[in-house]
Design a protein around this ligand. Structure first.
Ligand code: SAM
Ligand code: SF4
Ligand code: F3S
Length: 466
């Protein structure tokens, strides 16, 4: 079993050997080796998955979504909540018989879940069908690891935590031809007490503005219409986030810019001003508040109070009374009382979010909150979550009606849920919009007059080509 790869062979040799191997494979089997790469979790992980695909395509792999025809199955995993991890363990269990029938099949997991020692240990002992486990710092070693497995049939566990320099010279294979994710920074320094991300993704590293700008420019040139800038807290981007937005706004072309996430402790008036003043930046802010009680926010180490948070909301709404906010919320944090949970309900009524992403607290081993006494049963947490969603449904039904009669810009990305002739897309405000329109409008900005507000989406009619 190999634990250290840097000495094995240098990266160039490994990629050449893989290329030779894949050529040989194609001559023998009549097709290139196929890889199934599936990313779980957040957009950052999806973006990493696109880089992995880029690396694999350089050494001759093509891609499939069918486990039965893959020679390499790699799950790029998420560790943010227990159910995300359970899903992956279930999938790995399902693959056992495939490996028994085809010992040459390589099964691997990578990403956030794989970065945790206890997960690697569990896989080492219990999931013998898995050949490859590597965390979020080891992508650059991928050719070495693969070649080691193919040539020696070793099992590899690479949990290196070496912070490598950001590699700007990568090829990304994006499945989506309309929307693209562009990471501007990696890692997180915030250590919210419930969250595993800083442990599995390391400290913050920002990409240089010139390489972000060059990437966005190239994407726009290639026809991408929506660019989402990614970071766990874009407001601590080392080179200034509002400035980056203003620079990207100057790029010519028919496209729009989104970003996520913003930590409220660092959200500034400059950020709101930049959103409102930049033409291409969507008029929407995802501002995760997590809880409505100051005691819980303190225990979460969020470093703001609800009053601080509401000041940002008030500033934006003083400039645009209908400014769109969305948020993330956690219910059932250790020691939260029902009264404190009700403060979260009060907060969502006060802010009036277009949408909330709410989660039941999940204990993550290694975090500070994991050591706090968690007296709330899962059943109770589930009930609170339901209660919160019902509250939000009421809020959004009333608040979303402000869109009725308004004309919004929508980027249709596929067929709608409403009916066969409908397309679905998002407005600048990040609202799902269903519109009766021809498929030729997919990937093109259209103007839609909103006729109906449902609690999950808006419905409207096509006005004209933009
Ligand atoms: N960096 C982002 C921020 O601070 O807004 C959030 C990134 S995190 C991957 C996405 C969301 O997952 C968080 O905003 C939080 O609501 C939720 N989350 C994180 N850890 C959690 C846990 N242990 N249990 C439940 N939800 C959790
Ligand atoms: Fe997790 Fe907090 Fe970092 Fe977001 S800011 S990734 S919630 S530690
Ligand atoms: Fe993202 Fe999950 Fe990792 S939310 S950063 S993939 S823990």
């Amino acid at each position: 079993m190999t634990e250290n790869f840097s000495e094995i062979i240098n990266e160039e040799t490994a990629s050449q050997k893989l290329l030779q191997w894949s050529g040989e494979y194609e001559r023998t089997c009549g097709h290139k080796p196929l890889a199934l790469i599936h990313s779980y979790g957040c957009q950052q992980n999806v973006s990493d998955g696109e880089k992995i695909k880029g690396m694999l395509s350089k050494v001759g792999y093509e891609f499939t979504s069918d486990v039965n025809e893959a020679q390499l199955i790699l799950y790029n995993t998420c560790a943010v909540r227990e159910n995300a991890e359970d899903k992956v363990f279930g999938k790995l269990g399902d693959l056992k018989h495939l490996k028994e029938n085809n010992p040459e099949l390589i099964i691997g997991i990578c990403g956030c879940m794989a970065q945790q020692k206890h997960v690697a240990e569990k896989i080492k002992k219990t999931y013998r069908q898995v050949d490859l486990v590597f965390g979020t710092f080891a992508y650059n070693d991928m050719y070495n690891m693969l070649w080691e497995i193919i040539s020696k049939h070793d099992r590899i566990f690479n949990l290196s935590e070496n912070h490598v320099d950001i590699n700007e010279d990568f090829l990304q294979l994006r499945d989506d031809k309309i929307r693209a994710f562009v990471p501007i920074m990696y890692g997180c320094n915030n250590f919210c007490t419930y969250c595993i991300v800083p442990y599995v993704r390391g400290r913050e590293r920002s990409r240089k503005p010139e390489s972000v700008i060059a990437e966005v420019r190239a994407l726009v040139k290639n026809g991408y219409k929506e660019i989402t800038l990614l970071g766990q807290n874009v407001n601590s981007y080392s080179y200034g986030f509002p400035e980056l937005l203003r620079e990207l706004d100057k790029i010519e072309g028919d496209f729009r810019i989104r970003f996520m996430s913003s930590h409220p402790k660092d959200a500034s008036h400059e950020l709101i001003d930049a959103i409102l003043e930049c033409k291409k930046v969507c008029k929407h802010l995802h501002l995760p508040v997590q809880a409505g009680s100051d005691r819980i926010l303190k225990l979460m180490n969020r470093r703001y109070t609800t009053a601080d948070y509401l000041k940002i909301i008030d500033y934006a709404r003083s400039k645009d009374p209908e400014f769109s906010f969305t948020t993330d919320l956690i219910v059932g944090f250790p020691s939260e009382t029902y009264e404190e949970f009700c403060e979260t309900k009060e907060l969502i009524k006060k802010v009036k979010y277009d949408n909330i992403y709410s989660f039941v607290y999940s204990r993550r081993s290694g975090t500070k909150a994991a050591e706090m006494e968690d007296h709330i049963s899962d059943k109770q947490k589930g009930l609170w979550l339901r209660e919160l969603l019902l509250e939000q449904r009421e809020v959004s039904t009333a608040w979303l009606s402000r869109f009725v009669g308004r004309t919004v810009t929508v980027l249709p990305t596929g067929e709608g849920r409403t009916g066969a002739d409908y397309l679905t897309g998002k407005s600048d405000e990040d609202m799902i919009v269903e519109v009766k329109a021809d498929k030729k409008y997919i990937g093109k900005f259209i103007q839609v007059r909103i006729t109906k507000a449902m609690n999950w989406a808006l419905r409207g009619e096509l006005v004209e080509d933009k």
